[in-house]
Design a protein around this ligand. Structure first.
Ligand code: HPA
Length: 272
């Protein structure tokens, strides 16, 4: 079936289940798991119930849409997101973003885990994504343009809304949360990078590197949806002093960053 038709079938199913009209969409990536507890949940829908929706392969992710109120605003949150390295193609990875837009969200909030390349960063710091470099292996906009969503050659001069970045930096300062702004390099994974690759990423201007977010942001911008995205710096990737990556350490760093990220997002959304 035609991709656009599948998007509308998913939308129709969700709208037949509840008439909740979210103002904001949130992709609960690493660091934002605890934000769920701050949402006054009105309704949830399992991904597996929604026609054509991809299903999460990562067991720790439940895979559902959560509709409710956060900081006095109506939100829809994706609990469980899709990565290219899991075997989905980029059109599957970004399918839910199209559906969120059609549900009426006015802004998209995204989080992720990333390796820190900037030597000023410490483990468990936050980095607000100010710009990105797409090094992924497939572009979600490849193929016939979906004219009903946006133009053929989407503008990328401000992929991340400047006003929200400034608001978030001010919140972090007020709250004493360690937070930077920087450039995120998006890669396909699943392997981490070699020392030569980390060196390359630093030279081309990246402050952090991770395996998500860029495809979702490209599709959001295709639809002219403003985006705010933030990384939890889970490990430091200094090519001259590279340590063996340990998943347990990465997860511990993500957990440490969670509290600050949750506060920051709650306050940022209250200002929109
Ligand atoms: N590379 C890519 N993705 C990551 C990293 C990294 O070093 N750390 C956390 N996510």
């Amino acid at each position: 079936m035609d991709y656009t038709k599948r998007i509308f079938e998913a939308l129709n199913y969700i709208q037949s289940e509840n008439d909740f009209q979210p103002e904001f969409g949130i992709i609960l990536g690493t660091g934002l798991g605890a934000l769920v507890d701050k949402i006054r949940i009105e309704h949830t829908i399992e991904y597996k119930e929604i026609p054509h929706f991809p299903i999460s392969t990562v067991e720790s992710h439940s895979g559902r849409l959560i509709f409710g109120e956060l900081s006095g605003k109506k939100v829809v949150a994706m609990q469980g997101r899709f990565h290219y390295y899991e075997g989905y193609d980029m059109k599957q990875v970004t399918f839910p973003v199209r559906v969120l837009k059609l549900l009426g969200v006015k802004k998209l909030f995204v989080s992720n885990a990333a390796g820190g390349l900037n030597l000023n960063f410490q483990v468990a710091d936050l980095m607000i994504i100010e710009d990105h470099i797409d090094l992924t292996k497939e572009n979600p906009l490849t193929g016939a343009n979906l004219d009903e969503f946006g133009g053929r050659f989407p503008d990328m001069s401000e992929p991340y809304e400047r006003n929200m970045i400034d608001q978030a930096l001010a919140i972090a300062k007020e709250e004493g949360i360690r937070c930077h702004e920087g450039v995120y390099a998006g890669v396909s994974g699943p392997n981490l990078e070699t020392r030569a690759e980390y060196r390359f990423l630093k030279i081309i201007g990246a402050d952090a590197v991770g395996m998500s977010t860029v495809p979702e942001v490209i599709v959001a911008r295709h639809m002219n949806l403003p985006v705010f995205a933030i990384s939890a710096i889970t490990d430091l990737c200094d090519p001259d002093h590279l340590e063996v990556a340990e998943l347990s350490k990465i997860l511990a760093a993500a957990a440490k960053a969670e509290n600050g990220m949750t506060i920051l997002l709650q306050k940022l959304i209250s200002l929109q």
